[in-house]
Design a protein around this ligand. Structure first.
Ligand code: PMP
Length: 410
């Protein structure tokens, strides 16, 4: 086979479709985020405003987090020195897992190298080892959950998105004593809609299922202490396994699960994605814990984020720029075509110094290509004015459709 020719042809096809991914080279600047230096070539750099970061609350820049990391690196050095089992569990890992258990009101927590690994290895381990297990998985679950289910080789049932009646019908058709996992997210990252968590808890209790909730796009941002939507809704004690990331609102990297002692011990003792890899550096654990502890005590960032989000949604609605309706901090602006979506974001960058990434298939269905905007507490009024005016100008320039009604895709 001519491998080079095959790779080149595949890339050319992606380019034709407007789906070829170009990574923006960004230099985030401490105390200046969400402004960043964008490098587009040798000796070509200029300041842009980042409007699509998943450092949702700016904690990746926070003074207390930086201070904790400086101190940790001076005390403990860089890497962890091994897998968690072989010399890689430092006291910082122990403290971080205690903080995460407290955050979610659970007995125990377990940290992984990413949220992706946490989902993939936990679900694949549960589905593989629970005898006769069937996994009921929401149709819009993240790729990391889909891969976990696939690798478990357990029977899989796809649930209609956020549809309790569909979930009940499918649960009711299974034997009551068969092992089942109900796997879903709280805030869905691309549409920003939120699962009916309490309803799922009721179904799980009625039909004897284990609940597995991905709160990656909610931890730090919802609930009185930033424990997520389950905490906000007063149902976190009814969720068996809460999964989260340290990489988004907490501004670091890493993932975790929280649950009962026995559940966590079982995963700790059997999940390959936990066992066979080097532990996160202690400096990361220290920074993550500082971030978690700050957000458990402070509502300031959450309130400011909600305020910025409401402003952006209201201003775009006034201009009839089509935003997918949702009750979360995610502002998905619908374009509906991959090539145009890319041209729009290119123009926002070149003419208006606004960085947003086009979101295309397979991340979202074809025909629903969009710009995903994530306003945060560090975006100023002037930045919002500039974003809204720039989108208005680009909508005009491309003759894109306007819509009085907020769009509902799901
Ligand atoms: N779950 C969801 C819903 C996600 O969107 C993501 C990442 N975007 C992950 C899990 C993986 O988390 P991480 O980035 O920490 O690997």
């Amino acid at each position: 086979m001519d491998y080079e020719a095959y790779f080149s042809k595949s890339i050319a096809a992606l380019k034709d479709e407007g789906r070829y991914r170009v990574f923006a080279d960004l230099e985030r600047q401490v105390d200046n985020f969400p402004t960043a230096l964008h490098r587009s070539g040798p000796n070509q750099a200029r300041e842009v405003t980042v409007w699509c970061s998943n450092d949702y609350l700016g904690m990746g820049q926070h003074k207390a987090v930086r201070a904790a990391m400086h101190e940790a690196i001076e005390r403990f050095g860089t890497g962890a020195g091994g897998t968690r089992n072989i010399a890689g569990t430092t006291h910082e890992h122990v403290l971080l897992e205690e903080a995460l258990a407290t955050l979610h009101g659970k007995e125990a927590a377990l940290v992984f190298t990413s949220g992706y690994v946490a989902n993939e290895t936990t679900l694949s381990t549960l589905g593989r080892l629970l005898p006769g297990c069937v996994i009921l998985s929401d149709a819009l679950n993240h790729n990391s959950m889909i891969e976990g289910v696939r690798h478990s080789r357990a029977e899989k049932i796809i649930l209609k998105h956020n549809d309790l009646a569909d979930a009940e019908a499918k649960l009711a058709a299974l034997p009551k004593d068969r092992a089942k996992i109900l796997a879903f997210e709280s805030v869905y990252s691309m549409d920003g809609d939120i699962a009916p968590i309490e309803g799922y808890c009721e179904l799980a209790e009625k039909y004897g299922a284990l609940t597995y909730l991905d709160e990656v796009h909610a931890v730090g941002m919802y609930g009185g202490q930033g424990g997520g939507v389950a905490q906000r809704d007063g149902v976190q004690h009814r969720i068996d396994i809460i999964q989260g990331t340290l990489g988004k609102a907490f501004g670091m990297v890493g993932g975790y699960i929280a649950g009962s002692k026995a559940t966590i011990d079982f995963i700790r003792s059997s999940a390959p994605g936990f066992i066979f890899t080097t532990a996160l550096p202690p400096v990361i654990a220290a920074g993550a814990r500082a971030s978690i502890e700050h957000l458990m005590a402070s509502n300031k960032e959450r309130a400011a984020q909600q305020d910025r989000v409401a402003q952006v949604k209201r201003r775009l609605a006034e201009l009839e720029i089509p935003v997918i309706a949702n009750p979360s901090h995610i502002v998905p602006v619908l374009v509906g075509d991959a090539a145009i979506c890319k041209q729009v974001t290119d123009k926002l960058l070149s003419d208006f110094n606004i960085y947003v990434q086009p979101i295309n298939y397979p991340t979202v269905p074809r025909g629903t290509e969009r710009i995903r905007i994530t306003p945060g507490p560090l975006h100023t009024d002037e930045m919002i004015d500039h974003l809204v005016a720039s989108l208005d100008a680009v909508w005009e320039a491309f003759g894109l459709p306007r819509s009085r009604e907020a769009i509902v895709t799901v």
